[in-house]
Design a protein around this ligand. Sequence first.
Ligand SMILES: O=P(O)(O)OC[C@H]1O[C@](O)(COP(=O)(O)O)[C@@H](O)[C@@H]1O
Ligand SMILES: [Mg+2]
Ligand SMILES: [Mg+2]
Length: 335
Amino acid sequence: MAKQNQTLGEFIIEKQTEFKYSSGELSKLINAIRLAAKVVNHEVNKAGLVDILGTAGETNVQGEQQQKLDVLANDAFIRTLTNREIVCGIASEEEDTFVKINSSDRNNQNKYVVLIDPLDGSSNIDVNVSVGTIFSIYRRVTPVGTPVTEEDFLQPGKNQVAAGYVIYGTSTMLVYTTGHGVNGFTLNPAIGTFYLSHPNMIYPDNGRIYSINEGNYVHFPQGVKDYIKYCQTEEDDRPYTSRYIGSLVSDFHRNMIKGGIFIYPKSSKATDGKLRLLYECNPMAFLAEQANAKASNGFERILDIQPTELHQRVPFFCGSKKMVEKAEEFMQKYR
Ligand SMILES: O=P(O)(O)OC[C@H]1O[C@](O)(COP(=O)(O)O)[C@@H](O)[C@@H]1O
Ligand SMILES: [Mg+2]
Ligand SMILES: [Mg+2]
């Protein structure tokens, strides 16, 4: 049983002993992510003091201007995971294609691949609003001992063995699941240790917060427009409150604690929406379902979607079960 204020390190060991056949590889991997998160946290906290605000001058495969912190966080996670030789491949929002980790054959004995969004909420970096990191872990499908292929990354979200995020906000937290509930750990910056502060996190079944970039309203599908109107109507426990931070991790975290729905729909400007299936929607959907919530593309369960491309985008409806079901009802009307 998770004990309040248990350290993340203790929790990882305790959870490992619960699995008789566990090789300890996943524990080492979560530990490495913990370390990389601390490295990035250190940089994020002093952004503005040192020259890490602003753009890096490069454009990533999505055609987005890379922020200096995007690049820094990407390097920190790839370096930390590579040096510990515990994964056989990494895919990242900031890398055109997946990175094969095979400095020596021994590396290929590893059975996990990791997909990361090293810095989520990039548009908020320079304005001191909370940002995050998102990670997703799979067991490879190709034989151990052979170089990884794209097939190892293009797995449906329901195959994830672990997923989580780090939020660099008023405090720094690491929140993750290995398919046995969701637990949140807060970093004590004085001693650099994560402590279990939010055991067994559960989304309220219903909520009163809706979170969507209404600036795109005119481009939204009619179902989404109708749902927004529903949220704003003076009836029953409505109107709901509108909250939109613009960092997926932060909007998700708030909704998980308070109850709410986050929607990034497709639009006439972005026919598949904006968020990436593999390293944004799948990990958040796994966490949501483990916390008794729901995640779909408005019609289909996110975790059932068969990926076809590393950086593909999907419409994203995620949050308190009753709210997502209501939004899906509106979408169904126009299917
Ligand atoms: O500015 P918009 O269009 O509302 O988009 C905000 C969304 O884009 C993101 O910033 C995309 O993630 P990245 O910052 O990792 O590219 C999400 O965190 C956020 O939910
Ligand atoms: Mg992101
Ligand atoms: Mg990002």
